[in-house]
Structures are given as C-alpha cells and as structure tokens.
Design a protein around this ligand. Sequence first.
Ligand SMILES: *Cc1c(COP(=O)(O)O)cnc(C)c1O
Ligand SMILES: [Zn+2]
Length: 414
Amino acid sequence: MALSTDFGPATALSCRECGTRYEIGPNFACIECFGPLEVAYEFGDVTRADIESGPTNIWRYRSLLPVPVDVSTKPNMQPGWTKLVKADNLAGELGMRALYVKDDSGNPTHSFKDRVVAIAVEAARNFGFHTLSCSSTGNLAGAVGAAAARAGLDSCVFVPANLEEAKIVVASVYGGRLVGIDGTYDEVNRFCSELIGDSLGEKWGFVNVNLRPYYAEGSKTLAYEIAEQLGWRIPDQIVIPVASGSQLTKIDKGFKELIRLGLVEPKEYRIFAAQAEGCSPVSTAYKAGHDVVQPVKPDTIAKSLAIGNPADGPYVLDIARRTGGAVEDVTDPEIVAAIRLLARTEGVFAETAGGVVLGVTRKLLENGKLDPDAETVILNTGEGLKTLDAVSAEARPAAVIRPSLDAFRTAFAN
Ligand SMILES: *Cc1c(COP(=O)(O)O)cnc(C)c1O
Ligand SMILES: [Zn+2]
C-alpha cells in the first residue's frame, strides 16, 4: 500500500512479452520469459486543466508518471517543457507545409536524458538506493551526474573511453565518479549487468538497467509536451532518433495514453525511426523485412546513438510498421550537412543525433515515405556544443583581419 502511493498512479510492473504482472520493485526482466518489464497504471481522472495548472516542467504530467504526488517539491532537475520551434524556414527549404522541431537541447544538462533520469531518481529514492549509476553513450552520464548531485546521492557512471571531450567533462564536473571503459557501449552495458549481480553494485540504482522500467517512462513526457504544445493534438508524423529504441517506444505509449484518457482526439499517426548508417541495426532489419535485430559494431560520429545491440529494437520495428512509418539511416557527411542546415535555417545547433533525425527526414521526403503536406514533428535530442568535432572543420571564421576598414574592404571586395 505504502509503496504504490509512492509511485503515484503506477500499480505494477508487467511483462511486455507475456503480460505476467509483478509488484513494483527494482526489477527489469520477466522471470517467466526474460521479456522486459514496463510500468502499468491505473489512472484517475486527468484533465487538461489539471495539467495546464501544473509546473512548467515534466511534473505537470505527474498524474501520468510513476512518481509521488509531491514530486515537484523534492530536489530534482525539473527537466522538460522545452521549446517546440515552428520551423517555417526549414519547411520552406524542404518543401514541407507544417514542420516543428522539438528542441530538447534546452534541458538542464542539454539532452533529453534529463527526462528519463528524473523518473529514475524518484524510483531510486523509493527503493533506498544510495548510488546512482548507468552505462552511457555520453549524455546519460551527464544527466545522472547532475541529478545525483541535486538529489544528494552518490554517483558512478560508465562510458566508452573514446567519447567526445565535452561529454567527458559534463559527466565529470558534478563531482560523481566517471569511469571510462576500453570498449563499445554494448561492452560497457554488459559490464554494468555483471556489477548489479555483484556485491560491488549493492544498493546501486542503474537508471537504464535495474531502474529501466521507471527510467523509460520519462520519454512519455515528450509525447505529452508535443501534443499539448500543438494545442492538444497529436501530429500526423514524427521522426525520432534510435539508440536503444526506448525513447521511440515510449513516445508511442504516451500518444496512446493521451487518446485513451480523452485528452486529445483519437487519430492515426506515423512514427519514423532515424539511425546513423555506421550504427543502423534497426534500419537494416527494417529494410530486410526482419523481426529480429542483428547486433553490429558501431562506427559513426553520432556517438550518442551508437548502440550496436538495441534492447528495444524489435519494438521499434513493430511500431514503425504498425503505424505506417519507416526506419531509415544516413551517412556521417549527411549528418554534418543536416546539422548545418538546421543551424542555418532555424538557429538551432543540434548535436549529431539531431543531425541524424533531420538527415533522415530529408531522405524520407526524397524517397516518398514522409508526406510533405502532413503536420510533422522532428526531434533534436541534444546540444551541438557537445559534439563540436562534427562541424569544427567546416564552421570557421569567414576571415581573420586587422581591425581596419581597409582590411575588411579588401577581404570582402566585390
Ligand atoms: C540516448 C539518446 C537518444 C536515444 O535514446 P534511446 O536509447 O533510443 O532511448 C537520442 N538522442 C540523444 C542525444 C541521446 O543521448
Ligand atoms: Zn514474460
């Protein structure tokens, strides 16, 4: 009883494969079939007015999340309510009619990961964990470091040692422990699974492993915000980056909940998934017509998306096919071109993951899969300043001159 109150409207964990239900706890895999567990709810009456009168962060949706009712009074990062930019200039260049960029670089540690970590922190508190941890492709490590600092928890995060410099700094500056591992993200993740079973990892909450069911729910807030910011309407099409695929599956869950609760008109919407060619296991499976995803070894500048063995890959395939969307991938040069296009047209400097999304959007328009006349939202999930290397060779001064009119005139003659 006490436990279910602390988790708000969440009532159980349920297996996504076989439906077996479990009490709420720090578990993530089904004992019957090893399928992933997710949070199940019994929602009360939720109205638009209740939500609209809430705080301007993800806690305005607390009655739809596995968090206590007084969550906004606790020390946390208060992420969310990021800008939905109406991208008319970009739409013009792409020949689209109604295009929006949901710009999640505006979160406290400049990526969408602050949303998922905020939910995991509440779960960690409820379960009595003293240390917050994760395996990360970069952004998650920073979000965990900051959230742990604010919440007064210890943190110890694990990343591939070859990450971008800015992500190493962001993940270290909050005072927790950052451990670089010589290996890929998938190897880091396997190491964390071993740590959970060992006394070294006792009382540790790994946000994306043993707290994954709670963590994942944070991505629903992207769906809620997009719908509310459009005037309580689900867009026709949405393009979402895929690393593990968790974010994409939970945005779909969020839209479905809004419809079920009568907060938006029921409608069909199409979900498109975006990957980098250098790490495109889901896109490859999609194009081959497969239901299973073959792991790959990543090699791409889009390091935040470099998960070679994506846990939610099969669900992404299912959602893209069921909603009439698609999965597509782009090359590193296409990612860089897209980062520059978004910056030039809308003044939004995206990290490489945002370049993947816009690059894929462009490609889907070219191959006729995306309808240019339908209302479309694309995600920018991270901040360009964290992946400067992607564009630093091309984004240079137009000239370096002496401070004189003559020098300026000479440099820019004709
Ligand atoms: C983690 C991350 C994603 C995708 O995450 P999923 O594992 O698919 O939920 C997308 N963009 C950025 C910038 C990220 O850091
Ligand atoms: Zn099961």
